[in-house]
Design a protein around this ligand. Structure first.
Ligand SMILES: Nc1ncnc2c1ncn2[C@@H]1O[C@H](COP(=O)(O)OP(=O)(O)O)[C@@H](O)[C@H]1O
Ligand SMILES: Nc1ccn([C@@H]2O[C@H](COP(=O)(O)OP(=O)(O)O)[C@@H](O)[C@H]2O)c(=O)n1
Ligand SMILES: [Mg+2]
Length: 209
């Protein structure tokens, strides 16, 4: 690990800071519908969607030196060290050319949260909390059919445990700062999106008719 990488990272941070990027964290349990709602938001509001899980899976596929470590952690439902995930997020933000991001599935624990803030200096505008009962999340994960190695009941149970123990406290942290916008996700996709729109509409952006 060298100074070249550190310098590149600092350049990335400076450039993101100069742009004054707008970030919304989209959080919620595994299978709650984060990715589904992000796709809808992108269509209507011009954000770039960055799923931390998708970026990590792409990193495995790319044959990166971290690939095996990431794959093993995902299989066990564990949270990959933030150094890896933050670097992927920074790169994707810069490559997008956009200045508005939905960061989906990150931060997932205190280490993710604190280091992202420290390294990028970015504070989220707000946290969109996609709230769904566990039985419903389990049903959705077991019928997702995307061929994911972690969508089996053994790994799902581990992911729920990690969510309760490590991710909910992050949502609680932002809630204490008045930054959480909570959505009831135990409804059909379109109905959930109606509630999402209410959150996104009062800002300066408008919906295309
Ligand atoms: N409101 C909903 N009602 C029923 N199924 C849903 C809903 N939202 C998403 N799904 C389905 O549930 C599964 C998990 O959704 P996804 O968006 O991948 O969740 P997450 O990114 O939070 O894990 C997918 O198969 C998706 O099509
Ligand atoms: N910030 C993150 C996000 C995901 N991940 C890993 O990637 C897995 C899948 O995350 P995901 O966001 O795609 O999963 P869903 O919540 O969409 O079902 C997690 O269970 C973790 O193993 C991580 O380590 N750190
Ligand atoms: Mg997802």
């Amino acid at each position: 690990m060298g100074t070249v990488v550190d310098a590149a990272n600092q350049g990335a941070n400076q450039s993101l800071a100069d742009k004054k990027v707008k970030v919304i964290f989209v959080l919620g349990g595994p299978g709650s519908g984060k990715g589904t709602q992000c796709a809808n938001i992108v269509e209507h509001y011009g954000y770039t969607h960055l799923s931390a899980g998708d970026l990590l899976r792409a990193e495995i596929k790319s044959g990166s030196e971290n690939g095996t470590m990431i794959q093993n952690m995902i299989k066990e439902g564990k949270i990959v060290p933030s150094e890896v995930t933050i670097r992927l997020l920074q790169r994707a933000m810069l490559e997008s050319g956009n200045d508005k991001f939905l960061i989906d599935g990150f931060p997932r624990n205190e280490e993710n949260r604190a280091n992202f803030e420290l390294v990028t200096g970015i504070e989220p505008e707000f946290v969109l909390f996609i709230d769904c009962p566990e039985e419903e999340m389990e049903r959705r994960l077991l019928s997702r059919n995307q061929g994911r190695e972690d969508d089996n009941i053994q790994t799902i149970r581990k992911r729920f445990k990690v969510y309760m123990e490590s991710s909910l406290p992050v949502i609680e942290y932002y809630n204490a700062k008045g930054k959480v916008r909570k959505i009831d996700a135990a409804k059909p996709v379109e109905e959930v999106f109606e509630a999402v729109k209410v959150i996104f509409n009062p800002s300066t952006e408008t919906v295309a008719a």
